[in-house]
Design a protein around this ligand. Structure first.
Ligand SMILES: Nc1ncnc2c1ncn2[C@@H]1O[C@H](COP(=O)(O)OP(=O)(O)OP(=O)(O)O)[C@@H](O)[C@H]1O
Ligand SMILES: [Mg+2]
Length: 110
């Protein structure tokens, strides 16, 4: 099967504040998608759900037909290491490493 990110009816709320309401999205291999919206619209939250960093309240997120809900934290971390590339919006980088060094460190065995 071709590589695909699939979201179906994804809902997410921070406590009582709903952010994602019924999001459907399909991204095929090789496709370029821009997610546009005003600040606070939920773009980062949606990316977090796609990468398994946030767990939707309902709906499904799958990658290549594998439902992220069934994956352990370790499996999700492995998926992010091998499948996703993120340029983080807020910090999250180690000051002493540049991006390539950080990636090499993450990929090193042990
Ligand atoms: N950790 C959190 N706890 C509570 N509310 C949050 C949290 N993170 C984001 N929010 C709220 O959820 C909504 C969506 O935030 P999100 O960061 O996904 O928006 P965004 O579209 O990425 O915005 P920006 O363009 O500023 O990056 C906003 O109202 C935000 O204040
Ligand atoms: Mg954002």
């Amino acid at each position: 099967m071709s590589r695909v990110i699939l979201l179906r009816d994804v809902q997410f709320a921070y406590g009582p504040h709903p952010v994602l309401r019924g999001v459907d999205l399909q991204v095929e291999a090789g496709e370029t998608v821009a997610l546009l919206g005003p600040s606070g619209a939920g773009k980062s939250t949606l990316l977090g759900c796609m990468a398994g960093l946030r767990v939707p309240d309902s709906g499904t997120v799958s990658l290549d037909g594998h439902d992220l809900r069934g994956m352990s934290r370790d499996q999700l971390a492995d998926l992010r290491l091998r499948t996703f590339g993120f340029v983080l919006q807020e910090g999250g980088l180690l000051d002493e490493l540049d991006l390539l060094e950080k990636r090499r460190a993450a990929a090193a065995p042990g």
